[in-house]
Design a protein around this ligand. Structure first.
Ligand code: XIL
Length: 362
């Protein structure tokens, strides 16, 4: 009896203690809970399939998904009469099961489209246009109702003078030309938008580009294109600012790009954000505390600037280009030594994550 009494007296005390302890622990914070717009990540099919840490981060943090490569021409359309949506469908199913938005990337890019069957295709400009139309409408049709927005054309303007990529200046580099500009003609961008719209009138259509932070010429070309599209009634709903930047990128350049492009009234997507800390690719690079803080500040600046300069109705979201430093294209594709993202290789949050989060909160 005594023991029972003791138990009933002590138990509530014990419970109230544990409760106080629980409350003392800050609840874990996630990006999506603090954002008033979608927070996205580009995702890789192999990592998504095989890495549970990767999936967990995506589930916890993100409300929007872009396929890093799985919807590109070389992944989806390996031969003229063969389409392959296996990897992209897997990504779409994952995102749908989490209730995440799926942004399509990309229907046409001057890089990676030149796989041999396209390069060797024979035909007059009408045949090339048919090829383009079939590609765009097959993809948009396949994902209709699932992919709610598309980067229709990616990187159509040159780095040096902002002119349209047409002729090959330096094949295989970022100074390459565009096969479809040569074969279909300079109007290939507008036609691509029209074909995409025909296939899914509900999808939001974006033009996606890099370098707007440092190239006023590219900004000018984009603004001219948008004005022309508006005049001609070509459907365009948004602009992607890739924002592959580094810690030395001028804040004024970032502000200027966002401000000028937002003035079009179109939706603005920071579509491929990453921030390099070793822009000179030094082989003896050390990722010091000071550099981590500088990177965090830059992430914070990008997010805050986006929130303050883009009207709420135009905020399509901010997407980072993959999840952990190890997953970044800067390492695998550009072969640089760098740490450009929000999570370290063990999927732990970095200072840069805290910077992004502060940018959402302040
Ligand atoms: C990159 C991917 O991240 C790499 O995995 C791939 O090998 C090459 O393409 N701009 C874009 C993206 O629009 O599609 C590019 O993605 C990065 C630069």
């Amino acid at each position: 009896m005594k023991i029972q009494l003791l138990f009933f007296c002590v138990l509530p005390l014990f419970l109230s203690c544990t409760k106080t302890e629980e409350q003392a622990v800050e609840p874990e914070e996630f990006l999506k809970d603090h954002a008033t717009f979608p927070v996205g990540a580009a995702i890789d099919y192999g990592l998504l399939k095989d890495n549970s840490q990767y999936r967990n981060v995506l589930r916890r943090e993100h409300t929007s998904i872009t396929a890093e490569n799985a919807m590109k021409w070389n992944s989806t359309h390996p031969q003229q009469d063969v389409y392959n949506f296996k990897d992209a469908d897997y990504i779409v199913e994952f995102a749908q099961s989490q209730g995440q938005r799926i942004h399509g990337h990309t229907l046409l890019w001057y890089q990676f489209q030149n796989i041999s069957w396209v390069k060797n295709f024979q035909g007059d400009s009408a045949a090339w246009e048919q090829l383009l139309k079939n590609h765009i409408q097959t993809l948009v049709g396949h994902f209709k109702g699932k992919v709610s927005s598309w980067d229709v054309v990616n990187e159509a303007f040159r780095d040096d003078d902002g002119s349209l990529r047409v002729l090959d200046k330096d094949p295989g580099t970022f100074d390459d030309g565009c096969l479809f500009a040569r074969k279909v003609g300079r109007d290939y961008i507008a036609r691509s938008f029209r074909y995409a719209h025909e296939a899914d009138p509900d999808a939001l259509l974006f033009y996606n580009e890099y370098g707007q932070e440092w190239s006023s010429k590219k900004i000018q070309s984009i603004l001219t294109m948008v004005a022309d599209f508006k005049n001609r009634g070509v459907p365009i709903h948004g602009l992607g600012i890739q924002m592959h930047i580094d810690i030395n990128t001028l804040n004024t350049g970032i502000e200027n790009a966002i401000r000028q492009l937002a003035a079009t009234g179109l939706k603005i997507h920071i579509s491929e954000l990453d921030i390099r800390v070793n822009p000179n690719n030094s082989s003896t690079f050390a990722y010091t505390d000071a550099l981590q803080s500088a990177q965090a500040e830059k992430f914070k600046f990008v997010v805050k600037t986006y929130r303050s300069l883009v009207p709420a109705s135009q905020q399509f979201g901010i997407t980072t280009w993959n999840v952990s430093d190890n997953d970044s294209w800067i390492i695998s594709y550009l072969k640089k030594i760098d740490y450009p993202l929000l999570f370290n290789s063990s999927y732990q949050k970095k200072k840069s994550y805290a910077g992004f989060l502060q940018g959402l909160k302040e």
